[in-house]
Design a protein around this ligand. Structure first.
Ligand SMILES: NC(=O)c1ccc[n+]([C@@H]2O[C@H](COP(=O)([O-])OP(=O)(O)OC[C@H]3O[C@@H](n4cnc5c(N)ncnc54)[C@H](OP(=O)(O)O)[C@@H]3O)[C@@H](O)[C@H]2O)c1
Length: 323
């Protein structure tokens, strides 16, 4: 896979990155075998993926620890992206809260460095905005971490255009990590064009719409974990059924062409103007072996026009949140 420059930084990343939210396990996802998770990350690196995205909150530290185990001895070959700003009072979903105060950010950065077993983080991202802290305070704290060499670059996630603009006035931001896939395209109206105009890198999260664009589920699937609660993102009941109708049409499209839904969904994201990388949540070595083949799928402009017919005017249900 040919690497792409992340915004105006020196970081060069593969257009498919590995997301390790699922690997963290509970409270969002089922528990997973740790050896298999380590092997999944190793398989990603062996197959040429060089970007691993994690966060303290993924499994309350577990994801970062597993990433640390998997990259031991190969640190300099890997671009590690982690995050700050989502903390927890106790290890439950209800225990989560936002905190982007400078003291909290410093504490989180030290904990992430220790869990990953490294002395620098390549890309340190604000996970979610914190309405209780001014963006100025937050960005100054991140800039100090960069000056100290603890982080190489600053990124943000789940920011809209206005917040991005404010953040960039205080410190150099090189990338945005938003939700972006064939079914969830809110960023296209203003945030994505802003990133293109300002040469910001873009790490698209949930390229498979947290699984439904793999084509392995249908409208009657009963999910467990956060997806089963039916109150978040595309899994809310008003958005889920219209999404599954589109998935059905996409399935027909892939069957007639003999291609895989998973490859189609990932390739579509990778090819969108302004996208640097699709951050795929592969949870097993077999999923990695499959996902990597998305880079061999070529979509012609005629293919993309046909896909636009299916996607552009689809029924979406009532407004969506930002991931
Ligand atoms: N910044 C943020 O706020 C934020 C939010 C969400 C995600 N993210 C990042 O983005 C990454 C990916 O997001 P995501 O986990 O929501 O979504 P995703 O990549 O859209 O979907 C992940 C799901 O797809 C399935 N899958 C993966 N590879 C597959 C394959 N080859 N064949 C069939 N199914 C496959 C997995 O199913 P199984 O469950 O069956 O294994 C998994 O549950 C996360 O790990 C995280 O790094 C960031």
């Amino acid at each position: 896979m040919k690497k792409r420059k992340l915004g105006h930084s020196d970081l060069e990343i593969t257009p498919i990155g590995l997301g390790t939210w699922g690997i963290g396990g509970p409270p969002f996802w089922p528990d997973r075998d740790e050896n298999e998770s380590v092997q999944t990350i190793e398989a990603a690196l062996d197959n040429g993926i060089n970007l691993i995205d994690t966060a303290p909150v993924y499994g309350f530290g577990r994801s970062e620890e597993i990433v640390g185990k998997a990259i031991r001895g190969k640190r300099e070959k890997v671009i590690i992206a982690t995050k700050c700003g989502l903390r927890w009072k106790n290890e439950t979903l209800k225990g989560l809260y936002n905190n982007l105060k400078p003291g909290s950010i410093c504490e989180e950065a030290e904990s992430s460095l220790a869990r990953i077993g490294t002395d620098y983080i390549d890309l340190y991202q604000v996970h979610w905005p914190d309405p209780g802290t001014s963006i100025e305070e937050t960005m100054v704290a991140l800039y100090l971490l960069k000056k100290q060499g603890k982080i190489r670059e600053i990124g943000v996630s789940n920011f809209d255009k206005n917040l991005l603009e404010s953040a960039m006035k205080i410190a150099p931001v090189i990338s945005l990590q938003p939700k972006y896939n064939m079914l969830e395209r809110d960023i296209e109206s203003s945030t994505l064009p802003f990133c293109i105009d300002n040469n910001l890198g873009l790490l698209a999260y949930s390229p498979l719409a947290s699984g439904i664009l793999s084509g392995k589920y249908d409208k009657d699937t009963k999910f467990d974990g956060w997806r089963g609660k039916g109150n978040f993102g595309i899994f809310r009941k008003e958005t889920f059924l219209p999404a599954m109708e589109t998935v059905h049409k996409l399935k027909e499209y892939t069957v007639t062409r003999g291609i895989s839904m998973t490859h189609l969904a990932i390739r579509w994201v990778m090819d969108q103007p302004g996208v640097t990388c699709a951050l795929v949540g592969a949870n097993t070595p077999a999923q990695i072996e499959d996902v990597i083949n998305a880079s061999n799928l070529a979509l012609s402009s005629a293919d993309r026009d046909e896909l636009s017919e299916i996607l552009d005017n689809r029924e979406q249900g009532k407004g969506d949140d930002n991931g």
